[in-house]
Design a protein around this ligand. Sequence first.
Ligand code: CA
Length: 241
Amino acid sequence: MTSVLVVEDDPIIRAALIEVLTAHGLVVRSSPDGFGALREITRWQPDAVVLDLGLPDLDGADALKMIRGLSQVPVVVATARDDDREIIRLLNAGADDYLVKPFSGGQLVARLAAVLRRCGAPPGLQGAPGAGDLGVSEPHGTPLVVGELRVDPNARTAHLAGRELGLTRREFDLLAFLAGNVGRVVSKRQLITEVWRQPYVDEQTVVVHLSCLRRKLGESASLPRYLHTVRGVGVKLVSPR
Ligand code: CA
């Protein structure tokens, strides 16, 4: 069974997280502080960690670095600030993914399922109810609309302002994944796992495909509209203002 350590000092939030994760069939332990979390990670070796960044004893990014000094366990951080610089700092400090508070139990389960899948952890959460239909990775079903961009996963077509984009299979998959994660910073590593689904693709391949996609969207890296590079981390798709 998949085990998860919840690190959260607020007892009400902690209880709610434990409840939702347990309901999805996970074995859960918790810690109200950072040093307790480090002890649990060493002793218990959970499959994943959910780390609140506002802890009483350690700064969130420091806690993350200390965890990385001990273990490569996947870590999903929960931050109160929806700010690119903060998120880049966390991803650089070793977070595998992040959630901005407030988030739903469903979002948490979906993020955990995605990081566990990327990290090749034992199955358990993937098939859990509610884990697959939350739009983290699988762009199936209804068309995704971002500004004037419309991506239809069933027809495998993408239109910008009514004009079909004529994407290759890989470009379409890339765009559909980004559209399914609109507004989120997605790392190149995440794209390799979720779009290419092969471990040995190098990041330059991703860069090249992003550049082709960008050209078909009629924009450039220096004048982005939909596809924004987040230096040192990856990209995000947004609706232009
Ligand atoms: Ca807190």
